[in-house]
Structure formats: structure tokens, C-alpha cells
Write a protein that binds this ligand. Structure first.
Ligand SMILES: NC(=O)C1=CN([C@@H]2O[C@H](COP(=O)(O)OP(=O)(O)OC[C@H]3O[C@@H](n4cnc5c(N)ncnc54)[C@H](O)[C@@H]3O)[C@@H](O)[C@H]2O)C=CC1
Ligand SMILES: NCC(=O)COP(=O)(O)O
Length: 359
């Protein structure tokens, strides 16, 4: 997508907030590399410690120019629209020196502050969307803030009662899928496996199906999305002999969604659903829990997938991987920024589709 193809302000590069994530991980590097690679199409404004990012940028490529802005200056004067010869950084200072690969809880709250600044910036109209680099969930908790993920944090901060995590692969996993994009949404996100069954409810599943259907239409431009729903238990419960959630919760939620005009089908046994003959007719698979759906998606597309939060009043995408502390510890140049670039492209495409839908 080129700047001129962005529909809100034709000819002006759209601005997107990129939170750089855990400073000891690969987030700062992939944010800088992706922002620089895509600078002619999109103004990726990085939210993070400006001095640290300038130092990292100089080590990546001395040609990268950084312009540091204070949050207060942007609040007072708006976001300056520099040319594509530099990357803008809104300074959100860290508290402690960064040692790549080594977590430091002293920096946990500064990472959260970048998310707050991104949300503020979307509300203020500075940004079309937010793209988040990976953070270390445990470090935020170690810093004394209960935190289970961006997904839940963005929901809380925007007072959204239900959101849905969906990961999408790039086009076509293989020739057999003939151009279909694999998308996997999750009915539950970051919680212990032992708590998953209790977290499912008929009403909750019905709302999740509504959100997937609505966002695939509004933000992905699909006119009649088809959603295939996994069972929770082996063999989708084997007629009730291996669990009753399919009979008591999932099937009624699908029937209710169908009655509202949503093309939801299932529940299907999760172990056999992810094969081309089913996926080629599906726009999204709804998995019941994190490790039911994501290993399949990541096996197929790791490093090029995008994590999208559906149901939010703003557009938020992210990478399909974590902080990769092992790579960060080895120095710059090891991390692949393919998923970060995909996340930026997906955010722009979703922003454009949303504009179309508002007309
Ligand atoms: N959106 C986010 O903020 C996410 C954050 N995380 C967090 O990341 C932390 C570490 O998670 P892990 O399970 O270890 O997964 P991970 O994705 O960080 O690492 C798994 C493996 O993939 C490799 N890898 C990851 N990203 C790569 C890239 N861009 N290029 C090349 N290789 C790459 C790593 O070197 C490692 O071998 C956890 O705290 C988790 O909460 C995990 C997923 C998403
Ligand atoms: N496995 C996906 C993941 O952990 C991403 O979480 P979030 O921080 O995007 O909510």
C-alpha cells in the first residue's frame, strides 16, 4: 500500500503508533527496522525511550535518522508530519539501563506507559492505528501491575467488555489453500488451562461470534464471513462421552448465531479441522483456547503472521511472536522483522476498510 492509496488524507503518509515493547527483547530492533523499511508508505511513530532507540538505530544502520518528540509537545502542538527521511519517536523514558536479553522489572511500568500513550494518540487523532511489538508479560507483573496481555489491557483501557484475539497468516499457506488466508480466533486468551472450561459460556461464545462476524465485515471487507468453530474436548466431546461443553454451550451458541444471520458452523473436532479441505471454505476458525489454535497457525506461518484484537474501538495489530530474549542477547541482526511489517500492513488495510465502512 502506498501513502497516496491511504484514503483519509490522500498524499499524506498515514501515521501509526508503534509501541516498541520489552526493551531487553527484539521489539526495539524490529520496530526500527520495519519503520525504516516502510517509511515511504507510512509514518510509523515509535513510542519508547528516545535515547535508547537512537543508540539502537545507530547500531542497526547509521543512515537511520531519529527525531525525538516529547509527549507533552505532541499534546500541545499535535504530531509534526516530518518527511520520510527520519523516524519520529515519542519519548517514553525507561527507568533503568537496558541489557539485551536480561529482564529488569524497573522498566515494566515504562513499557505500559507506551501503551497508554498509543491509546491516547489514537483518541486524539494522531494515529490511525496501533501496532505493538512484543512485551514480557511476566515483567509487567514483576513491576507490580497485574497484566495478562495487550489484548486484555487494551480492552480494559478502552472499557470494552469483550474483545477477541485473532491471528492471521499471510495469504495462502500452500497451493492447496488456493489463496485463502488462515485466520484463527480464540474464545479464551491468557488463562491457565485448568480454568478454560469454566471461562466458556453460551452468551460469551455468542458475543465472540458476533464480534468476529462484525469485524471481518467492517475491517477486512468480507461480505459473508464463514466461521468454523472447534469443540473444546477431544472429538468434539464424542456425543457427550468426552465432555458436555459442545452440547450445552457451543452448539447452542452456534445455533443462536446462525439465527442472527451469522455463517457459523460446528463444533468440529479440533484435531481434524485444520486441513485444507475444510479451511479452503473458511474465513476464520474459532478455537476454544490459546494452545488449541495458535500452534497450528504458528506452524504454518510463524514469522509472517499478525495478531489482531477484534472488537476494540481502535485498530490494534501485533506480531505473531514474543520477545525472543535469546536472540536479543546475541546482539542485533538475528531477528526477522517480517511479522512486524505484516502487522503494519494489516493495520493500514484495516484502517482503510474501516473508513470505507463509515461512508
Ligand atoms: N504480542 C506480545 O507482546 C507477545 C509477547 N509474548 C511474550 O514473549 C515472551 C517470550 O515468549 P516465548 O514463548 O519464548 O516466544 P518467542 O516468540 O519470544 O520465542 C520463541 C522462539 O522463536 C524465536 N523467535 C521469536 N521471534 C523471532 C523473530 N522475530 N525472528 C526470529 N526468531 C524469532 C525465538 O528466538 C525463540 O527461539 C513471553 O513473555 C510472552 O508473554 C509472546 C507472544 C506475543
Ligand atoms: N500468543 C499471543 C500472545 O501472547 C499475544 O498476546 P497480546 O499481548 O497480544 O495480548
Amino acid at each position: 500500500m502506498s501513502a497516496t492509496s491511504f484514503k483519509r488524507r490522500p498524499g499524506v503518509r498515514p501515521a501509526i503508533a508503534v509501541t516498541v515493547g520489552e526493551p531487553a527483547g527484539i521489539g526495539p530492533e524490529i520496530s526500527l527496522r520495519a519503520a525504516w523499511a516502510r517509511r515511504h508508505e507510512v509514518n510509523c511513530v515509535l513510542l519508547g525511550d528516545a535515547a535508547f532507540l537512537a543508540m539502537t538505530a545507530a547500531d542497526i544502520d547509521p543512515a537511520i535518522r531519529i527525531s525525538s518528540l516529547s509527549l507533552m509537545a505532541v499534546r500541545n502542538g499535535g504530531l509534526p508530519h516530518f518527511g520520510a527521511d527520519r523516524i519520529s519517536v515519542i519519548d517514553v523514558p525507561l527507568s533503568a539501563h537496558v541489557v539485551p536479553g536480561q529482564l529488569n522489572k524497573e522498566n515494566g511500568r515504562a513499557v505500559l506507559a507506551t501503551l497508554d500513550a498509543a491509546i491516547e494518540g489514537v483518541r486524539a487523532g494522531w494515529f490511525e492505528a496501533v501496532v505493538t511489538a512484543p512485551l514480557q508479560k511476566s515483567t509487567i507483573n514483576d513491576a507490580g501491575v497485574k497484566f495478562s496481555g495487550h489484548t486484555e489491557y487494551f480492552a480494559d483501557q478502552t472499557a470494552t467488555s469483550q474483545v477477541v484475539m485473532m491471528l492471521a497468516g499471510p495469504q495462502a499457506l500452500s497451493g492447496e489453500l488456493s489463496g485463502k488466508q488462515l485466520r484463527v480466533a480464540l474464545a479464551t486468551t491468557h488463562l491457565p488451562l485448568k480454568d478454560v472450561a469454566a471461562a466458556l459460556s453460551q452468551d460469551g461464545l455468542a458475543r465472540i461470534l458476533d464480534i468476529i462476524d462484525a469485524d471481518l465485515r467492517a475491517k477486512f471487507g468480507l461480505t459473508a464471513p464463514r466461521i468454523l468453530v472447534c469443540g473444546l474436548n477431544p472429538h468434539a466431546g464424542e456425543g457427550g462421552y468426552l465432555g458436555r461443553e459442545e452440547i450445552e454451550l457451543i452448539t447452542p451458541a452456534i445455533a443462536a448465531a446462525q439465527a442472527r444471520g451469522i455463517d457459523a458452523r460446528g463444533p468440529y473436532p479440533a484435531d481434524t479441522l485444520f486441513q485444507p479441505k475444510y479451511l479452503q471454505d473458511a474465513d476464520c476458525v474459532l478455537a476454544m483456547y490459546h494452545d488449541q489454535g495458535l500452534p497450528v497457525l504458528k506452524y504454518a506461518t510463524f514469522g509472517n503472521g499478525v495478531n489482531i484484537t477484534l472488537g476494540l474501538p481502535l485498530i490494534r495489530t501485533s506480531v505473531d511472536h514474543g520477545t525472543a530474549l535469546d536472540l536479543a542477547a546475541q546482539g542485533l541482526g538475528r531477528a526477522d522483522c517480517g511479522s512486524m511489517e505484516q502487522a503494519i500492513s494489516a493495520a493500514l488495510a484495516m484502517a482503510n476498510n474501516s473508513l470505507d465502512n463509515k461512508k
